[in-house]
Design a protein around this ligand. Structure first.
Ligand SMILES: Cc1cc2nc3c(=O)[nH]c(=O)nc-3n(C[C@H](O)[C@H](O)[C@H](O)COP(=O)(O)OP(=O)(O)OC[C@H]3O[C@@H](n4cnc5c(N)ncnc54)[C@H](O)[C@@H]3O)c2cc1C
Length: 284
């Protein structure tokens, strides 16, 4: 199928993008990497009156350290994150997760901002951002605001972005010395969206885990922090008893739905398997 007719704008300044978003409201769609949007236009799941291409806007494509924060621009591609030494050194969870996103051709075009705005429940970046307690920076004609990642994902494909707002950057705290990051997922074939995935982060010192973050993808309508499992591991040695307690706690954290290929029980089982692997890696 072909998309319905639309106007196209490629502004050169952020303020022009924001003016277009305000003027056209819901009839405007931002175009970043196009890896999700173009398919939805071609299938006529979406029929905006105007596409606003953000490919020429300066300042959206950098990765920069600012004190304790690593800021990544909204238009930075998945592949640039995968290859960044700054990311590997300071936010290794992102470096581990990136190769799981689709295939290289898609990672060369798809962007961090586009993925977060899509809010696909099986996508890697939303779960990573929640586990890292990242801050999502958004802009509109009214100015900038910062949204905690944990507050950003509201429902299936639904975010806290308001009318006329766009993502400009994401801010991550640099990992501390005793902090460990682990990203794991189970897929049918390499490059597929995850059946179940887990973004995990914790401090590990004196043989005990602390500040544990376990955020699942693919098991709900949005990234799902496993709060009871996190509490079960807090302050504990990463031993078998702690893992068993955390796995049992997952039952109250997650209520996955079956999809075309995988039953809810199988997803629950996979979530438990990933938890055990993540704890072993966090303490390894
Ligand atoms: C075959 C295939 C497999 C894929 N597999 C995976 C996978 O395994 N994991 C995964 O996470 N993703 C996967 N994707 C999706 C891919 O990661 C996309 O790149 C991503 O979801 C959207 O990013 P984009 O830059 O291409 O955004 P676009 O497609 O350009 O835009 C997507 C949406 O976000 C909006 N948007 C874009 N930028 C902004 C912004 N800065 N602020 C606010 N709104 C914005 C657009 O208006 C649009 O509504 C796959 C895609 C394909 C085609």
């Amino acid at each position: 199928m072909k998309p319905s007719a639309f106007a196209y704008a490629r502004p050169r300044a952020l303020r022009e993008v924001l003016a277009l978003l305000e003027r056209h409201g819901d009839d405007a769609k931002l175009l970043a990497g196009g890896q999700s949007l173009l398919a939805s236009l071609n299938m006529r799941l979406s029929a905006p009156g105007i596409l606003v291409d953000i490919g020429a806007i300066p300042g959206l494509d950098g990765i920069a350290l600012k004190g304790r924060t690593l800021a990544i621009g909204a238009r930075v591609t998945h592949r640039a994150i995968e290859r960044s030494e700054l990311v590997a050194q300071h936010v290794p969870l992102l470096a581990q997760a990136a190769p799981h996103i689709a295939h290289i051709a898609i990672r060369n075009a798809g962007t961090l901002g586009g993925s977060l705005a899509m809010a696909d429940p099986a996508a890697e970046w939303p779960a990573c951002c929640v586990a890292l307690q990242a801050t999502i920076v958004v802009a509109s004609k009214k100015g900038k605001r910062r949204i905690a990642a944990g507050e950003f994902f509201k429902d299936l494909y639904t975010t806290a972005l308001g009318a006329g707002e766009m993502i400009t950057a994401v801010e991550f705290q640099r990992a501390r010395k005793d902090e460990r990051h682990v990203f794991l997922e189970l897929v049918r074939r390499r490059g597929d969206y995850a059946i179940v995935g887990l973004a995990a982060r914790a401090r590990f010192a004196r043989k005990a885990l602390s500040e544990v973050q376990l955020v699942y993808l693919g098991v709900g309508v949005k990234p799902e922090p496993a709060k009871a499992a996190m509490a079960a591991l807090e302050g504990k040695a990463a031993d078998e008893a702690a893992v068993r307690a955390a796995q049992a706690a997952l039952d109250s954290d997650l209520s996955p739905s079956a999809d075309l290929y995988t039953s809810a029980d199988a997803k629950r089982h996979m979530a438990r398997v990933l938890l055990a692997r993540a704890v072993a890696a966090l303490a390894g």
